[in-house]
Design a protein around this ligand. Structure first.
Ligand code: MF3
Ligand code: CO
Ligand code: CO
Length: 275
């Protein structure tokens, strides 16, 4: 059975197996953190161009996070030493910024998590580098739709399986593979908390959604099979069949009537192309 815990002023903000239910002060905290995440992703649109290195993008993320009154939650997280993840082409997630230059035709996911006053705003978007082949653009479009179809199911009374099912159904209709090895997650004052948000599932199964639940939805969709291979660095996850992979991520909170997206773009840069 799923356990829930109502967060009060004196509940310790530590990882739990129970699903935390936050109050209005939690929503206020997540709004600020989510807003900063979205503003950073908005600003990056102008910088994702041929020739820029992923390290330069990481520098911008770190600077903007700090200027915005936050700290990059990934910096020092389980030994990770960067302020964002940059996952190019066949990289599924957790690509490490480095001296690789983006080149025309690449697709790249940038994933940021500013920690603001103790709250985590976790979000990622895809970016197109110059002209990108239609095959890759289609993957990016479908992956964005997968996220939004999942979010549509995020309302009280529904179950996590409804979210996973909506994502899986749409992705598989396009004959894409849904990655199984990484999930969305509860978050708030903890970066990765219960529950696990699997991006496939059976309607009506899994934990019931209740007002005050905060979690991410972050589907990773491959043009080919869902299989994952880990690189030697221990972080970078790539598609086993070397096919292209895309991902979008929002942090959301369940409300009385549906959900609030904490990381929605204030500039309206929801999906590429961003100009
Ligand atoms: N932001 C990622 C997520 O969506 C987590 C990155 S952890 C890192 O959960 F250490 F790889 F940065
Ligand atoms: Co996440
Ligand atoms: Co993320």
């Amino acid at each position: 059975m799923t356990e829930y815990m109502t967060m009060t002023a004196d509940t310790p903000p530590t990882r739990s197996t129970a699903i935390k239910l936050y109050d209005e002060s939690g929503f206020a905290g997540m709004r600020r953190a989510g807003r900063l995440a979205a503003e950073i992703l908005d600003a990056l649109a102008a910088h994702v161009v041929p020739g820029v290195t992923t390290e330069e993008i990481d520098d911008i993320v770190r600077r903007m996070t700090i200027e915005g009154g936050g700290a990059p939650a990934t910096l020092g997280y389980r030994g990770y030493t960067h302020s964002c993840c940059t996952s190019i082409n066949n990289v599924i997630c957790h690509g490490i910024p480095g001296d690789r230059e983006l080149k025309e035709g690449d697709i790249v996911n940038i994933d940021v998590t500013p920690l603001v006053d103790g709250w985590h705003g976790d979000s990622s978007r895809m970016y197109l580098v110059g002209d990108v082949p239609i095959k890759a653009r289609r993957l990016v479009d479908v992956t964005y739709e997968c996220l939004m179809l999942g979010i549509e199911q995020a309302k009280p009374g529904n179950h996590l399986g409804d979210i996973g099912h909506a994502i899986q159904k749409y992705a598989e209709k396009h004959r894409y593979g849904v990655v199984r090895d990484f999930c969305g997650h509860g978050l708030g004052q903890v970066f990765h908390d219960a529950p696990e948000v699997v991006h496939l599932g059976i309607p009506g199964t899994g934990p019931e959604l209740r007002p005050g639940m905060f979690f991410t939805i972050e589907p990773m969709i491959n043009i080919g099979k869902p299989g994952v291979r880990m690189m030697e660095d221990g972080w970078t996850a790539v598609t086993r069949d070397r096919s292209l992979s895309a991902q979008f991520e929002h942090s959301i909170g369940i409300t009385e009537t549906g959900c609030e997206i904490f990381t929605e773009s204030p500039a309206g840069l929801h999906r590429p192309p961003y100009y």
